[in-house]
Design a protein around this ligand. Structure first.
Ligand SMILES: [Zn+2]
Length: 196
């Protein structure tokens, strides 16, 4: 009997079917990704037309922190109040170590704030040249945003888990506000009364 290395006809047939199915899966995967990409691109164009800024224009997408760190002794009262808030509330929202809250005055940096992290802890930097610490609505916004970066350990704003982290941290912050209202400045609740 002559030896043969070729597969028997039924096996070849089965392999051909499997290969065809594999190609079909790859094509479907590529097509779905392409559709997603086109949808995201179109969504970005629509947002730009509506005047919505890119996330990278509002917040940091780079791990490079602003320069011009303000010495602790030179911090203003509103800056110290925000620092105190972040130091007390962040550990209640995220079960990870907040290493430091610091302020920078860097007009050249586009970012409002920045989170530098290691797997264990993170540094929260606020750029006072671009962020008004007396505006508490924006303070909460920055707080949620920067903690979300640490939570997912990424700077990508389109990373799906990033928006999930933002939503989760926002929900936890609301819960902390109800359970520990003394940690929140009264100016947030009734700014018009304080301005009078
Ligand atoms: Zn960001």
């Amino acid at each position: 009997m002559a030896a043969t290395n070729s597969a028997s006809p039924p096996l070849v047939f089965e392999l051909a079917i499997l290969f065809h199915q594999l190609l079909k899966c790859v094509r479907q995967f590529l097509e779905s990704n392409d559709l997603d990409f086109r949808a995201v691109t179109e969504m970005r164009k629509n947002l730009a037309r509506a005047g919505v800024k890119k996330a990278s224009e509002e917040f940091s997408t780079s791990v490079a922190a602003p320069t011009g760190i303000i010495p602790e002794k030179d911090l203003t009262k509103p800056q110290l109040r925000y620092k105190e808030f972040v130091e007390k509330v962040a550990p209640l929202v995220l079960d990870r170590k907040l290493k430091k809250v610091q302020f920078a005055n860097d007009p050249k940096a586009k970012l409002l704030g920045c989170t530098q992290w290691s797997p264990k802890d993170y540094i929260f930097t606020i750029n006072v040249a671009k962020h008004d610490v007396e505006d508490w609505e924006r303070n909460y916004d920055l707080f949620i945003h920067e903690l979300a970066h640490f939570y997912v350990q990424r700077n990508d704003h389109l990373f799906e888990d990033f928006w999930r982290a933002v939503s989760d941290i926002g929900a936890k912050l609301a819960q902390v506000a109800l359970e520990r209202p003394e940690l929140f400045p009264t100016s947030v609740r009734q700014p018009e009364l304080l301005a009078a």
